[in-house]
Design a protein around this ligand. Sequence first.
Ligand code: S3P
Length: 182
Amino acid sequence: MKRLVLVGFMGSGKTAVGRRVARLLGVPFVDTDAEIERRAGKPIPDFFAQEGEAAFRDLETQVLADVMRGPLSVVSTGGGALLRAENVAVLRQGGLLVHLGVDAETVLHRTGDRAERPLLAGHPDPIARITELMAARESVYAQADVHVWTVGRSLAELAREVKQAWEERQTVKVCSGLKESP
Ligand code: S3P
């Protein structure tokens, strides 16, 4: 069985949807950003400010690889998790990648004052920044196995759809038509 791995832009709902789907499926939920913060011993904005994005990406790669070696779970990733090809390979090998799609206005709304998102914090024109980052990442999110549009949809509805998409792809197809020799 493959893990259910949620990918997508900041504010697409990966953590909220992931937590809910994990509960529906009765499997553990892992938030890779929370695990990065636990290992770093500090919040992500502090880590970015003190050690830089490259150090963050290195730790992110380690955490993703470790989580994909762990037990079956629903995994919520950071918005930049697919930026490295090696991460994509590790995630695809042990997981079904479900992309939660969102538009720039909704990201702006859902990320509030953006203080917790170092890539968005402090920008004078946040909508332009979000649009630019989204455009640059379009092709990486396109690599997911399943795409779910989240705008205007409830958490309950999204969780059900994601769960169903995962279950449909877990079905072991039994080979029919084989006949026993007489
Ligand atoms: C990032 C997204 C964040 C976090 C970090 C970098 C990104 O996670 O990993 O700030 O590059 O898009 P969320 O998508 O959970 O906000």
